[in-house]
Design a protein around this ligand. Structure first.
Ligand code: R5P
Length: 312
């Protein structure tokens, strides 16, 4: 079975880098938007009988990128692909993995069902907001993590006087993982979300006084969580500056101004979403292409995949 890599329009540079690592060119396809707003896709290269991988993060514009991903998977199947795997380096809607208030939808479940509806055989994802999203997927998931890459970039910036900070309770497990590997203590900021872009802090658990904060989270969206956490740890006596590591750097809305005001030394994110303008922010992007290419290679060749489950 031949191997074919397809790219949507969300992040063709990453898809191309993955394809090149696998010694392939991207399969040609045309993406067009009809005057009424509909997305139209057409695979012009041949994928008949192939093992097809569609690379597309569902980053902003989320709905357009999601529908493109679904249409490409469907087009691949209808063009005779033997197996279709979606490679989703950032899985939008994963934060809607549970209902916080009555009347809400379970967005992550709906997206998982849509992948099933177009008969996706397998999903490759990176650092899902919640590992529980796997339970919504009808097909097997290969869940990969950018954490080893983030750690490598962070290591030279983390001295013995640092503290790993979870900016909310949801990131506590991740912070424990960073803390254990870096041999550093961990603190947790007690955050409550007030709206999609506003958060409130109720305090900090753990000792941060005199220490340099290393804040870790799965994603930076509007920057509100990091901004509030930096303010809280500084109020608790942490040193100015500090470093942030997050798998997904979306930097939407007021993120750039918020993070600039936080006076951070470095913001390390993975390149699973396309880079947006971040002005003078000290952003470093670690490259997911080798990890994604290796995962595809393993799946394609049928070799055993030995990445440990994230929830362990
Ligand atoms: C929340 O549970 C997530 O882990 C992130 O902390 C959050 O999504 C970041 O969003 P923002 O940057 O808008 O505060």
């Amino acid at each position: 079975m031949s191997l074919s890599i397809l790219a949507g329009s969300a992040h063709p540079a990453l898809a191309d880098a993955v394809a090149r690592r696998l010694g392939r060119s991207l399969v040609e396809n045309g993406l067009e938007r009809f005057p009424d707003g509909e997305v139209h896709v057409r695979i012009s290269g041949s994928v008949r009988g192939a093992d097809v991988y569609v690379v597309q993060p569902t980053s902003p514009p989320v709905e357009a990128n999601l529908i493109e991903l679904l249409l490409l998977a469907d087009a691949g199947r209808r063009a005779g692909a033997r197996r279709v795997t979606t490679v989703i380096p950032y899985f939008g809607y994963a934060r809607q993995d549970r209902r916080v208030h009555a009347g809400e939808a379970l967005g992550a479940r709906v997206v998982a069902d849509l992948l099933g509806a177009v008969h996706v055989d397998r999903v490759i994802a990176v650092d899902l907001h919640a590992a529980s999203v796997e339970g919504f997927l009808a097909m097997p998931l290969e869940h990969r993590s950018a954490v080893p890459l983030l750690l490598e970039a962070l290591r030279p910036l983390a001295g013995a006087e640092s503290v790993v900070v979870a900016p909310d309770l949801g990131a506590a497990k991740l912070a424990e993982r960073f803390g254990a590997i870096l041999g550093l203590p961990v603190a947790v900021v007690r955050k409550t979300r007030v709206s999609g872009s506003a958060v409130e802090v109720r305090g900090v658990s753990g000792e941060v006084r005199g220490r340099k904060p290393i804040l870790v989270d799965d994603m930076i969206s509007t920057g509100g969580t990091i901004e509030a956490a930096v303010r809280a740890v500084r109020a608790a006596g942490a040193r100015p500056g500090g470093v942030v590591a997050a798998s997904h750097g979306l930097f939407v809305g007021p993120a750039v101004e918020r993070l600039a005001a936080a006076g951070l030394e470095r913001i390390v994110v993975a390149n699973g979403v396309p880079p947006v303008a971040t002005g003078a922010l000290p952003v470093e992007r670690v490259d997911l292409a080798p990890l994604l290419a290796a995962t595809i290679e393993e799946l394609h060749s049928g070799e055993p995949v030995d990445d440990p489950p994230l929830s362990s």
